[in-house]
Write a protein that binds this ligand. Structure first.
Ligand code: URA
Length: 268
């Protein structure tokens, strides 16, 4: 094979495997870097008796670390700093930026998507790519924008090539997501996409079954449940525009709840 053909074939193979963008000027051999300099895990820094290599650190220790760090955060700045110092979620090693949140932290509506895509990873902000633009238009239909909602995800780093996150990655981020919700204390949660809805509501059904129904979500550190409405992800709507009518119904339900100011599950 000509060398240019071989290079193109190698490039095609990388794109198919999910390595679909260049993130630096030079290539890094990350395997070599890890072999010589093991990544430290925050939980283990204060506990010298435990192993410091990720391969030796047990998943339980990582989850306990995530819970401790998240619970110690007393405000959003501290929660963000805790995530920045947390090495336990492997997604961060391939990500360019932590994607924490956007919008108004005092808003009554908190929107939770799945996880950052390529543009979000680049900018360090949630929902700024194509699906974010559709989300903005959907919110505008019911009179909302980023000054009246607070937006985050159930993952704080981009899964490489936008692959489906593993249960372990979701579980590692979950204590931070729960604390995030506790600190914001929104009146309503809008969960967009199956991953977000299933993770927070602890359900296994697909999003087409979960959407459009109110459920209660109560983080362990909260004294009251928060009404949560699951809906379709804008990325799905971009692929399946015919399903926008379902998303419209959900937006109408959210708007009605905001207007009434009451928990839809407590209204007869
Ligand atoms: N999709 C998501 O679920 N979240 C983002 O931030 C961007 C795209």
């Amino acid at each position: 094979m000509e060398s240019s053909e071989a290079s193109l074939a190698a490039l095609r193979w990388l794109v198919e495997a999910g390595a679909d963008e260049a993130v630096d000027e030079v290539a890094h051999d990350r395997m070599a870097r890890r072999a010589t300099a093991p990544v430290r895990r925050t939980a283990l820094r204060s506990s010298p008796a435990k192993p410091s290599s990720p391969s030796l650190a047990s998943n339980d220790a990582v989850l306990a670390s995530a819970r401790d760090l998240a619970h110690a955060a007393q405000d959003l700045a501290q929660l963000r700093a805790a995530l920045e110092s947390f090495d336990g979620c492997t997604l961060r090693h391939d990500a360019t930026n932590l994607v924490f949140a956007d919008g108004n932290p005092r808003a009554r509506i908190m929107i939770l998507g799945e996880g950052p895509g390529a543009e979000e990873d680049r900018q360090g902000l949630p929902f700024v790519g194509a699906s974010g633009k559709l989300l903005d238009r959907m919110l505008a239909c019911i009179g909302l924008d980023r000054t009246s909602v607070y937006i985050s995800n159930v993952l704080f780093w981009r899964p490489p090539g936008n692959r489906t996150p593993t249960g372990n990655e979701l579980a590692t981020c979950l204590p931070f997501v729960e604390r995030h919700i506790e600190l914001v204390d929104p009146a309503f949660l809008f969960l967009i996409g199956g991953i977000s809805a299933k993770t927070l509501l602890g359900r296994s059904e697909g999003i087409l079954r979960l959407r459009g129904k109110w459920a209660h979500y109560q983080p362990s550190g909260m004294s009251h449940p928060i009404p949560a409405l699951a809906s379709l992800h804008p990325a799905y709507l971009l692929r399946q525009p015919g399903q926008k009518r379902l998303a419209w119904q959900d937006l109408m339900a959210l708007q009605a709840a905001i207007r009434s100011g009451k928990d839809p599950l407590l209204i007869g």
